[in-house]
Design a protein around this ligand. Structure first.
Ligand code: AMP
Ligand code: MG
Length: 408
């Protein structure tokens, strides 16, 4: 059995970065920068007040209870018409530019206004409550490097800098198909005996989209060599990557394996992982091909371990792997020591090292258990058991705020 890291390295060594394009910033979340974003100007671009209050000269308020003459009011968006001289102040709102001459802002709570004058109760340090130019971003600096995956906050910064058409990686087009004569579409009302609804394809289409790629639904391909050959041939031409589920293990109707094992650049191999041991990877006419197993939890785990990093790499991402943190086992967690095991677990508390319990058992068909999970507990090769109360590695494979609400 091949180690996960070795398989992933092979995959990452095979995939290539796709081209780039511009996007509008409203569609930029999840996209990956293909060029760095360099600040054309300082942010803030001018010194401004961090508070509603009075712009003063620190030298005038070196002791409490100084009384100053109020020159004018400056709301945000306006500029003071006069400079602040000795013994003078300007009433200023948050975000308004600092008037010439003033170097300090006294918040309104520390002042008392009376007939054109203001008493300053405190003796603030020079520069208090003043936001300096470049204090957020300095002109000319690289704010975000190439390979950054953009989040909502990145969108805000891009807008601040006037970068409304960032250059990002093109979305890789990923052809998604299921294989299996037992599969019927999810919108089938009545299931004939022996048939099941195709769950891998909708899940994979969503997983692919979640990795920033464009998922192309190629449907379910029956367990028939000619149908599969035709579908794969079309996908290899149209897509940047292909993913199938099912048909890669030892069964007699494992058509994916029958079609690709011999005369193609696709390898079929066991990986030291559970679930997801049988895997296929290679290229079809130069297009990366991922042959995932059929069981739905195996699909999820192998997508996470192999395909998600590959799709991110195809977009030039700087970070490919999910974060891992430590938790505590609420019960004994057992594993096959020959394999790296990904046990689906729920958080029992919201602490920094959450206590976790297994959800849905170990069957690779129990997708509801994976859906109810907050993380994978990762038991590396050679680990047989993490006993109750002991630390365990958690891989956060989705946003924790999507936690399933349990109860009735
Ligand atoms: P296979 O490797 O093709 O023998 O599939 C292994 C198991 O996964 C079988 O129980 C299949 O019915 C199931 N399976 C395969 N593809 C899908 C799918 N698209 N949706 C749900 N279950 C599937
Ligand atoms: Mg099958």
């Amino acid at each position: 059995m091949r180690p996960i890291a070795e398989v992933r390295a092979t995959i990452l060594g095979t995939v290539r970065v796709v081209g780039s394009e511009t996007t509008d910033i409203q569609g930029a979340v999840g996209r990956i920068l293909a060029e760095p974003v360099v600040a054309a100007h300082d942010v803030p671009s001018f010194a401004n007040s961090a508070m509603d209050g009075f712009a003063v000269r620190a030298s005038d308020v070196s002791t409490p209870d100084a009384v100053l003459e109020i020159l004018e009011d400056v709301p945000a968006g306006q500029v003071a018409s006069v400079a602040v001289g000795e013994g003078q102040a300007v009433k200023i709102m948050t975000g308004a530019p600092m008037p010439d001459g003033a170097d300090t802002v006294v918040r309104v709570e520390d002042t008392e206004e009376m007939a054109g004058k203001v008493r300053i109760a405190t003796a603030p340090e020079r520069g208090t409550a003043v936001r300096l130019p470049g204090g957020d971003v300095a002109a000319g600096t690289t704010v975000f490097g190439k390979g950054t995956r953009l989040s909502e906050a990145h969108v805000g910064v891009l807008a601040t800098l006037g970068v409304v058409a960032p250059v990002v990686a093109r979305r890789p087009r990923v052809a998604v198909m299921s294989t299996g004569d037992e599969l019927v579409p999810a919108d089938t009302d009545e299931l004939a005996p022996g048939l099941i609804r195709d769950s891998n394809r909708p899940m994979l289409l969503s997983l692919v989209a979640g990795a920033g790629a464009e998922a192309v639904d190629m449907g379910n391909v029956p367990d028939d060599a000619d149908s599969l050959r035709a579908a794969l041939g079309q996908a290899a031409v149209e897509a940047d990557a292909i993913v199938t589920s099912g048909g890669v293990s030892m069964g007699e109707f494992d058509v994916t394996k029958m079609v690709l094992r011999d005369d193609s650049d696709v390898d079929f191999f066991p990986v030291a992982m559970k679930p997801g041991k049988p895997q296929a990877f290679g290229t079809l006419g130069g297009t990366p091909f991922f042959g995932l197993p059929g069981n739905p939890v195996s699909v999820l785990v192998s997508f996470e371990q192999f395909m998600r990093p590959a799709l991110l790499a195809m977009q030039g991402a700087g970070a490919l792997l999910r974060p891992r943190v430590m938790g505590v086992a609420a019960e004994d967690l057992v594993s096959d020591p020959a394999k790296e095991e990904f046990i689906r677990v729920v958080f029992l508390d919201d602490s920094a090292t959450p206590t976790v319990a297994q959800t849905g058992g170990s069957g690779s068909h129990v997708l509801s258990g994976a859906a109810n999970a907050d993380a994978f507990a990762v038991l590396p090769v050679d680990v047989e058991k993490v006993p109750k109360g002991e630390p365990v590695i958690l891989e956060l494979f989705r946003a924790v705020e999507t936690r399933t609400v349990r109860g009735d």
